[in-house]
Ligand binder design. Sequence first.
Ligand code: SF4
Length: 408
Amino acid sequence: MLSKLSGSLAKGRGVATTTRLTLAAHRAYSAAAVDSANGTSSSGSVHGAFHRALNATAPRTDWTRDEIASIYNTPLIDLTHASGTLHRRFHSPGAVQMCTLMNIKTGGCSEDCSYCAQSSRYQTGLKATKLSTVDSVLAAARVARDNGSTRFCMGAAWRDMRGRKSSLRNIKAMVEGVHALGLESCVTLGMLDEAQAKELKDAGLTAYNHNVDTSREHYPKVISTRSYDERLQTISNVRDAGIKVCTGGILGLGEKPEDHVGLLHTVATMPSHPESFPVNTLVPIEGTPLFKSTRIAFDAVLRTIATARLVMPTAIIRIAAGRVDMSEEKQVLCFMAGANAVFTGEKMLTTACSGWEEDLAMFKRWGLYPMKAHVEPVLRKTEELFQVDTSLLANVPTGAHDGTSATV
Ligand code: SF4
C-alpha cells in the first residue's frame, strides 16, 4: 500500500553512482544550446532528444528509454542548467509547495516492501494503530495550513481497500474536511479499484499517491507481494476517475543508475504525465531487509530530479522522504534543477521531517516562497522567463526568521 512515501522510505543508500559522463553527451548539450539559439532542430538522434526536451512547449509521452538515458547521462552541470531553464518555462522558479503528510493508520501491513517500517513481516518496533478519527486528522490539517502547507496528504498502511467500506466513509469525510480548509488533498491507501477511485473523486480528492518505486526490472528485488502491473492498474484507475496522479520513486533500494532511467521511463510514458512526482531517498529502518543498503549518492538524486524535469516539464517534483538528511545547499540545488515541493511538518509517516519554521527560514534566505494551493503549470513566453516578481516574496512569513541563522 503505501508504496509511496512510506515510512520505510527512505534515506539514502544504495547506488554507487557511476554515471558515465560522455564527451558525446556534452556535445549534445552544446549542440542543443546552439540549435536553440538558432531556432533549429536536430531531432532523431541522442542530442535530438536533449534538444527537444530543452525546448519543449508541451509534455510528450513517447520517450524511448534510450532518449531518457541520453538525457540522464548528460554532464551534470549541463543537465541541471537545462532543467532549471525548462523549469522556468512552466513554473515560477521561486515557488515551492509545502505539503504535510500524516499517517492516518500506522503499521500492520501485510505487504513485504523491503524498505518499509510498516510491514508486519519485519521487526521494526513500530506499533500498529487503527484508523485515526476524522476530527484528529482535520485538527492536524488545520495546523499544517496555518503554518503554510497548501497540500495535506494522508497515508494508511494497507495493501488495498477491499472490505474497508466504513474506513472509506471516514476517509471521504477527511478529504471533504481538508478540501473545506482550502487545501489540496492527497491520500495513499494502497491498491484501489475503479469504484473506490470514483468515490474518492466524488468526495473532492485532489490527488492519489501510489508510487511505482523503481524500474520494472529492479522492482521484484524489492517487493514480491504485488506486481508492477498491479501498481500501474491502480494508477490507471485513479486517472480514469479524474483524480490527479502522484507517483514517483525511492532512490537507494540497491538499484543501478539505469533503474533511475527505467523509473523515469515508466512515469514519463504514461498516457499523461503524473501531475506529481515525489523523489524519496531510502531512510534505512532497522529490522527491514534494506537497512544496510549503501547510501545513495547525492549526484544521483540531483540527476534524477533534473531528468524528471526535462522529460515531464509540467509535473510538480517533490523532494520527499530523506530530505531531512540533505543540507540546505543540496536542497537548493534540487530547487534550481526543477524540484518545486517539499514535505514539511513534524513527521513524515514514520520518519523525521523538516519543520515549517526551518523551511520558511530557508525559503527566505534563497528568495523562495510557499506555493499557493491548486497552482497549475503555465507555459510562459520567452521574454517572461527571467522576469522576477518580487511581490511574490511578500508571501514569505517573517515571524521569528531573520534569515541569518542557517543551521543545517
Ligand atoms: S509494506 Fe505496506 S505500508 Fe509499507 S510501503 Fe508496502 S504497502 Fe505500503
